[in-house]
Design a protein around this ligand. Sequence first.
Ligand SMILES: Nc1ncnc2c1ncn2[C@@H]1O[C@H](COP(=O)(O)OP(=O)(O)OP(=O)(O)O)[C@@H](O)[C@H]1O
Ligand SMILES: Nc1ncnc2c1ncn2[C@@H]1O[C@H](COP(=O)(O)OP(=O)(O)OP(=O)(O)O)[C@@H](O)[C@H]1O
Ligand SMILES: [Mg+2]
Ligand SMILES: [Mg+2]
Lengths: 255, 255
Amino acid sequence: DSMILSIANQKGGVGKTTTAVNLGASLGAAEKRVVLVDMDPQGNATSGYGIDRASLTHSVYDLLLGEAPGKVILKTAVPQVDLIPSAMALAGAEIEMVEMENREFLLREGLAGIREAYDFVLIDCPPSLGLLTLNALSAADALLVPLQCEYYALEGLSHLMKTVDLVRQRLNPGLIISGILLTMFDGRNNLATQVAEEARRHFGDLVYETVVPRNVRLGESPSHGMPILFYDIRSKGAQSYLDLAKEVIQHVEKS
Amino acid sequence: DSMILSIANQKGGVGKTTTAVNLGASLGAAEKRVVLVDMDPQGNATSGYGIDRASLTHSVYDLLLGEAPGKVILKTAVPQVDLIPSAMALAGAEIEMVEMENREFLLREGLAGIREAYDFVLIDCPPSLGLLTLNALSAADALLVPLQCEYYALEGLSHLMKTVDLVRQRLNPGLIISGILLTMFDGRNNLATQVAEEARRHFGDLVYETVVPRNVRLGESPSHGMPILFYDIRSKGAQSYLDLAKEVIQHVEKS
Ligand SMILES: Nc1ncnc2c1ncn2[C@@H]1O[C@H](COP(=O)(O)OP(=O)(O)OP(=O)(O)O)[C@@H](O)[C@H]1O
Ligand SMILES: Nc1ncnc2c1ncn2[C@@H]1O[C@H](COP(=O)(O)OP(=O)(O)OP(=O)(O)O)[C@@H](O)[C@H]1O
Ligand SMILES: [Mg+2]
Ligand SMILES: [Mg+2]
């Protein structure tokens, strides 16, 4: 059975793309079949796998408008991991989608025919709670929330949780929270430790045991167009995403 | 004469709010009269000045719908600096604005009556190029682009510059780029140094001389609801924003 996992948080720069790219590759390394959907007009997950958007003719934009999934799925250089790339056209899509029937379900419908071919469908979201992210939340079985260990990021969490409740009530009753992932954690920094404690106090077991440390190799790997597993497997960043993949697989096998 | 400066970049987490809050306070310290407009539904600039959104009855949302500016301007604890706060209602505003006449000029019209009362109007933008940011770019005399010294942030810059060209052609012919501000710079990190060099090679004098270093005090000050000037004036973060204020004032006086 397959699991659709959306990676979302309206706060910018918290590690959504870094998590989507590297969790994807780590699940692939654990022999899971993965497809990564890049729902962000910025297209960072697409370039994180070394793919040049300008050279593409199809993208997730076409999938939203009813194109057959087979036309938009790309193989990546990483075994077991496929990609449905982003496109510049996504930037204007939200305004176009406002008028459409079923505007929140376009992605869900697009993925219906392919989910069985994969163990995991990961969806990278833009930093907003607009129609692109709502499509990802409506399509998902579960939500992974990267939480940067900073004040503004913690402040935004309650707004995200309220939106998730609304999505559950109106669009996707089965949506669960897979977990909250602490990212860019630096144990020497009091603020980071305080935010981590606060998150665990509020959300308890929802917070993954795996914590992603601040690790410069995670920032370097996208400039080489590859996930960290292939750029520097010995780094703390790579190890933490391998741990996260194990934890996510355990969650799925338990439920 | 007053200057309307928008602080924008669709890449998330690059230091837009940190720059809006701290440049504002630093311009205030230089005896300039400042109003900060929080156009981000997240409302981080509002809480960066210690203001609790939940307690407010008016916000920039009302200004966009034609409310008198006098009703929405708040005094902050910082002398010389006023605020037009954000509101949760902004999150749904983009969908509401799509249908409106003049949808890109609502903010410009709202600010027309108050700009003469200030030396600087700073506008903090959300991490997207949707209608809220387009309103800010249409209202602005100039744009300040915070650039985090990371790969994904640099990758997104060309898309932002293309959008600025479109805004200049269709909405605001007088829009200039005030400058590109390197943020979260860590000299020990090769990637940061490479990104800084690349930005200077591409954009030359458009890159401010002032560089904002990565400085944990900048992350701590929002949790105390105050700009860094009032939290820790001796910190490198505070000094860099005082330098930036001087540089921005010089640019204005020269042109
Ligand atoms: N654990 C980490 N250690 C160091 N750098 C990191 C880490 N995680 C992410 N980064 C870097 O921080 C920046 C922000 O991360 P990323 O782009 O993944 O966040 P995002 O939430 O996807 O941003 P956006 O909101 O713009 O989509 C990137 O430059 C990335 O390379
Ligand atoms: N120079 C710096 N040194 C250390 N931390 C910083 C620095 N500048 C900003 N930060 C912290 O990094 C995080 C991102 O900064 P900020 O929220 O200002 O970016 P933003 O571009 O406004 O994000 P968003 O895209 O969500 O609006 C915040 O937690 C902030 O406190
Ligand atoms: Mg991203
Ligand atoms: Mg911000």
